[in-house]
Ligand binder design. Structure first.
Ligand SMILES: [Zn+2]
Length: 196
């Protein structure tokens, strides 16, 4: 319980006690009588609750059936609420032959985008280089992603690191907005459950 809600609770209890004492004073009821009456009321409530009642078996059976159905319905709703996927479950996708993974901050904004090898799932190492043709340099920057475990898996993409990561971020943003993320998450879940 937070400090504010605790203070609010204490204020309410204190207010209730003061109002009770004032009403008791106006009605000329002593605090001792009020305590006795409250205790008697609680005791009669308790005796009603433990009192045995005779009900027809069909009514008891119907009651048990309704309770069972209600419990089943509540269980299904809770299960559906927990298993319902949201875009925050979309944390992995494949673009340009690379598996990209990322996280979300508390505001739901993606961050920490990293590329992984499609073959062995190792984090890829990136390096920038300028294109130098035979005749002249085109001045274009390329970023090469390579896996330290798989020497043949070099992927060269046009643009520097900042551009590439911003482009991947735009792809993720698009998938979230148009709803493609759901298909990706469902397919990943199917693959994961098939592996188990
Ligand atoms: Zn690899």
């Amino acid at each position: 319980m937070s400090k504010e809600s605790k203070e609010s609770l204490f204020r309410k209890i204190g207010g209730g006690v003061i109002i009770g004492v004032l009403v008791g004073h106006l009605l000329k009821i002593s605090p001792l009588d009020a305590t006795h009456w409250t205790w008697d009321f609680l005791k009669s409530c308790g005796s009603i609750l433990v009192e045995k009642v005779a009900v027809p078996k069909w009514l008891l059976g119907t009651f048990i059936l309704v309770c069972a159905l209600l419990v089943g319905w509540i269980y299904q709703r809770i299960r559906a609420a927990f298993s319902e996927i949201t875009y925050l479950d979309y944390r992995e996708d494949c673009f340009d032959g690379i598996t990209w993974r990322w996280s979300y901050d508390l505001n739901g904004h993606m961050h920490q985008i990293r590329g992984y090898c499609l073959t062995c799932d190792t984090t890829l190492v990136s390096s920038e280089e300028e294109d130098r043709g035979f005749e002249y340099s085109t001045g274009q920057t390329f970023t090469t992603f390579r896996c330290e475990r798989c020497p043949d898996s070099r992927i060269r993409l046009l643009g520097d690191r900042v551009y590439i990561f911003a482009r991947i971020e735009r792809q993720i943003d698009r998938a979230v907005r148009v709803g493609d993320w759901k298909k990706v998450v469902e397919e990943r879940r199917k693959l994961e459950s098939a592996k188990k």
